[in-house]
Design a protein around this ligand. Structure first.
Ligand SMILES: Cc1ncc(COP(=O)(O)O)c(C=O)c1O
Length: 381
């Protein structure tokens, strides 16, 4: 089987990481931060070690401002609900995923906020001008996908953050697709908050992600519960990171995330990205040479994007393309509307969606050549 659905989740994970995570969990699998006994403290230390790794990986100065979450969606809910107040305005982008769009839609539908989505240009980029044009005096924050999960373009977040900072507006980045594929330095790029998920290009298991904050940005608690701290009080802990973590952590997930981060750091984000970009070019060049295949917004060298490519075959429904790739060629891809409805509307693919190929650290040139050959066979009937 050839797996080209890594934007959904990377598969397989790095050799040995899951085994090692389970081994550590067997040794330390008690409730971290909830007991004074030796094992609970060792479990807490293991969690804090991963917290520090996350902060370093994203160029954030303070590990206590790393709050673990279930995934990027969970972290985005935490930061959006924790920052906006009634009457606020929010700017997002038309490339955003439903994990940004739906919380904003909900907040708007319940009368809490108004929001606008900045358009992308012909190259699939949301420019700083496009974002700045939407800022209002009451804009509370800008939230945006760093990399599009449909077309793979990487947005000029540093420039956008610089312009927004001049207007006193923090930028919240959804790094679900970029973390592990694009170097991120929150301090250097001026990012106020970053949501990440562990199971994509950080090569961790599903069920773990997090929110990373710069110390200048305070986020209010939107979910309340036990933290193992101030237990006599009815008030949820105000200190970070527990302010944004209610209930027992996903310890196995945290351990797996730490090992995934070790793998990515050892390989090097730039090295992984360079390999994937070369394969992405190979895929794009192969697909555009096939009559009847349309590739969406994938011109140029592609070294400035994540390894995601969307296309369609004339006269064949994307669901059928996916079924044939799977059934006849044992190639796994994602088809349909990829949780980014505004992007699909603008690409003209909202009705049928598209076929999405997404590469990972273990994708080979042979995988790409097999995918091109399969698409040629489908396009020529
Ligand atoms: C751009 C983007 N944001 C957010 C998410 C949500 O990630 P998760 O499902 O891990 O919460 C995804 C997942 O596909 C994504 O591609």
């Amino acid at each position: 089987m050839i797996y080209l659905d890594n934007a959904a989740t990377t598969f397989p994970k790095a050799p040995g990481t899951l085994e090692r995570a389970v081994e550590l969990y067997r040794e330390l699998g008690v409730s971290p931060g909830r007991g004074n006994h030796d094992l609970a403290m060792r479990a807490s230390d293991a969690v804090e070690e991963v917290r520090a790794k996350v902060a370093t990986f994203f160029g954030a100065p303070d590990p206590t401002r790393v709050a673990f979450a279930a995934n990027a969606s969970d972290a985005l809910n935490t930061v959006l609900l924790g920052l906006v107040r009634p009457g606020d305005h929010v700017v997002a982008t038309r490339l955003d995923h439903n994990s940004v769009l739906r919380p904003l839609h909900h907040l708007a539908a319940t009368g809490v906020i108004a929001w606008d989505a900045a358009p992308f240009d012909d190259a699939g980029i949301v420019t700083a001008d496009a974002v700045e044009a939407l800022l209002r005096p009451n804009t509370r924050l800008v939230v945006m996908a760093h990399a599009s999960n449909v077309i793979g373009t990487v947005q000029p977040v540093a420039e956008i953050a610089r312009r927004c900072a001049a207007r006193g507006v923090p930028v919240v980045v959804d790094a679900a697709q970029s973390a592990g594929q694009v170097p991120i330095d929150m301090a250097a790029m001026g990012i106020g908050a970053l949501a990440f998920t562990g199971h994509k290009s950080l090569y961790g298991p599903s069920g773990i992600g997090g929110l990373v904050l710069m110390p200048s940005l305070d986020v209010e608690t939107s979910r309340f519960g036990g933290t193992g701290m101030d237990s006599a009080s009815l008030v949820h802990t105000r200190s970070y990171p527990l302010r944004l973590e209610a209930g027992t952590l996903n310890l196995l997930g945290v351990l797996g995330l730490g090992l995934g981060l070790d793998f990515v750091s050892l390989e090097g984000v730039e090295a992984i990205h360079a390999r994937e970009a070369a394969l992405l070019r190979r895929l794009r060049d192969g697909l555009v040479s096939i009559d009847g295949v349309t590739v969406y917004l994938a011109s140029g060298g592609l070294s400035d994007r994540v390894a995601v490519l969307a296309c369609n075959v004339a006269g064949v429904h994307p669901q059928d393309v996916g079924a044939i790739l799977d059934g006849d060629f044992e190639i796994a891809v994602r088809v349909g509307v990829h949780c980014a409805p505004l992007a699909h509307r603008d690409l003209g693919t909202i009705d049928r969606g598209a076929v999405r190929f997404s590469l990972g650290a273990f994708t080979t040139a042979a995988d790409i050549d097999a995918a091109i050959a399969a698409m040629r066979a489908i396009a020529t009937g």
